[in-house]
Design a protein around this ligand. Structure first.
Ligand code: HPA
Length: 252
């Protein structure tokens, strides 16, 4: 286990679309890493949020250039683990399916369904001595979720404290019929980066929570098609709340 000079274990933050840099983070250094699974999306940025040491990683690289289906999720989680991270807060931009989850809403989901395909999604393959089937009943760690929900409440930020995240393959957005199907499946929000990130964290026995920002109504949920302008406006509006929740959760 790696500890910082203060003896505290750093929290990992994986920033998604709209969060390639973290203002408010006092940066103390950068670390270029390589892993048995290849290179992570970017350098690991070591810093502090108040007293809490943090390791930040931009999921899509900085600048944002790696599409969701080509992110090296295995390298990203492995690198964070190597840097001593035991708890990861993942920030994800999503489309809203549930009526309460419109643009700029903060959501802390509690379940997921994986619709991705063809992504390297386990560390347990190759020359193995035994097969491993990890438990994944609850994909998000209760304590991480609690601290995010508490931080949102303490800072007066409206958030949904439940939600089933549909992880889709992308990079295209969904059809309206696909969203009807996801809704029928019980999904409340849809994004392209939630898996295999969550399961890889579980395989590495890391705590993992998702802090999602709704950036558009999912396909067919509004009376217009989805535009990048709409997404950017929601990011501009909602990312300040996400940063507040992150900062608050680091104080707890
Ligand atoms: N679908 C999938 N992923 C997304 C969306 C969406 O509508 N918005 C942001 N990421």
């Amino acid at each position: 286990m790696t500890e910082t000079s203060s003896g505290q274990i750093p929290v990992g933050i994986i920033g998604g679309t709209g969060l390639t840099e973290l203002d408010g983070l006092e940066i103390v250094g950068e670390q270029r890493m390589d892993t048995p699974w290849g290179a992570p999306s970017d350098v690991l940025v070591h810093g502090r949020y108040g007293h809490q040491p943090v390791v930040f990683l931009a999921r899509h690289g900085n600048p944002h250039r790696i599409p969701p289906h080509q992110v090296n999720y295995r390298a990203n989680l492995w690198a964070l683990r190597e840097a001593g991270v035991e708890t990861v807060v993942a920030v994800n931009a999503v489309g809203g399916i549930h009526a309460d989850m419109g643009p700029a809403r903060v959501v802390i989901p509690d379940q997921l369904i994986d619709y991705t395909w063809g992504r390297p999604s386990t560390y347990f393959e190759g020359e193995l001595e035994q097969t491993t089937h990890i438990d994944f009943t609850y994909p998000y760690t209760a304590e991480v979720r609690r601290s995010l929900v508490r931080a949102a409440r303490d800072r007066g930020i409206a958030c949904s404290d439940f939600g089933t995240y549909a992880a889709t393959q992308g990079p295209r957005l969904e059809t309206a019929a696909e969203i009807v199907r996801l809704e029928r499946d019980g999904c409340h929000l849809v994004g392209m980066t939630g898996m295999p990130e969550a399961v890889l964290a579980a395989e590495l026995k890391m705590n993992y929570g998702c802090l999602a920002l709704v950036v558009n109504w999912a396909a067919g949920k509004a009376d217009h098609i989805i535009t990048m302008e709409e997404i950017e406006a929601a990011i501009d509006e909602g990312m300040a709340d996400i940063k507040q929740v992150l900062a608050g959760s680091m104080e707890a």
